[in-house]
Design a protein around this ligand. Sequence first.
Ligand code: ADP
Ligand code: MG
Length: 414
Amino acid sequence: MKFEDYNFSEEVKMSIGKLGFKKPTDIQYKTIPHILKGEDVLAIAQTGTGKTAAFAIPIIEKLHTIKKQQSRKDGIKAIIMVPTRELAIQINEVFVELAGNTRVRSFSVFGGVEQDPQIQKLEKGIDILIATPGRMFDLVSQGFIKLNRINTLVLDEADHMLNLGFIKDIRDLIKHLPQKRQTLFFSATIDQEIKKLAYSLVTNPIRIQISPKDPVSKNVDHALVNVEMDDKRFFLERLVKGSPDSKFIVFTRTKVRADRVVKAMERVEIHAESIHSDREQTDRNSIMDRFKKGETKLLIATDISSRGIDIPNVDYVINYDMPEQSENYVHRVGRTGRGRERGQAFSFCSSQEKPLLNEIEELIGKKIPIVEMDRDGYKEIVVQSNETHSDWKSLMRDMEEEEISYKKRKRKKK
Ligand code: ADP
Ligand code: MG
């Protein structure tokens, strides 16, 4: 079936066409009719399969139909909750494009920027709000977001949202929503426990799960490189220099390590930028923009960027450090191979990270293929690095110091 053949309004169809979407993806095909009917839906489908439009199209279509019949009534009718600021911006962009020919208005609110401009926009009246939890709950408690007309609540990256420690807040929020409402959960991963939690928030949800056996996107080839901690930068250097025109997202375990990798790359004349929660939001936005445009080809990120981010033409995802939460493996490698594109992911696994690897392989139900390398091949990558010997030593010292402080922090947490 093509989008043309759907019983949508011309206004929405035109926008879908403008985005270049001809046929719905599997998850869109299966969820859109239920969402239009007003049912609760739990939808699980691999990364990059168009989950955003799967909820955005029917939400806009429904609001558009109502608005055509009635004069404009104030109040937010749908809330989309997302885990990160970048995701709030990105999802709002999709809503803005899809609603471009209608009078349906969407807007995003998130922390790290001033509240006042957001309040002004909210007071003008919007229909759909895309929000990160912190700022949203702030604005609700100050009375700037009114909940009494909301009939659709979406949790994107639902497992993460329910896991973030926001479950109590979300339950409170639901108490204040009208009785008759629709709740939608979308994600690429979900475990039994979180599923139960999701079910406890709704009645009789429709469950739609696509390719549940292997959560890793079928468009991503992923492989493992056995490399020791101190050698990881040489392997990254080799990969980047081997594909100078490619776009890379590299994930590290900590913010400090992300910044260190940027420095290590600078030493060998590779330009990179890091993005993480210690950076100002305005910087985060411009870093993302530059990466999107391809002005920066190497983005070093923490797990804050592992979920949902949709940037075209990312050729490689590198797990510079193995993810500590196994589901993040699926999300990180899912930053490549989006839509119809194909992508490649490499994970650098040191001997001390083997337990993390085991957890990941258990989650995805298979072994990650290993890039075979003999000792000479390994050595060659290290020796051929452009890094000079004196730099090595200071870098090693940096790395060691950071390792110690990380272990200390971890002990404190316990
Ligand atoms: P997910 O949330 O499932 O990870 P997104 O909603 O971010 O995926 O969509 C991934 C990419 O697929 C986006 O770039 C989007 O524009 C594209 N896309 C979505 N739906 C379609 C479609 N029906 N046809 C072609 N491309 C699509
Ligand atoms: Mg998504």
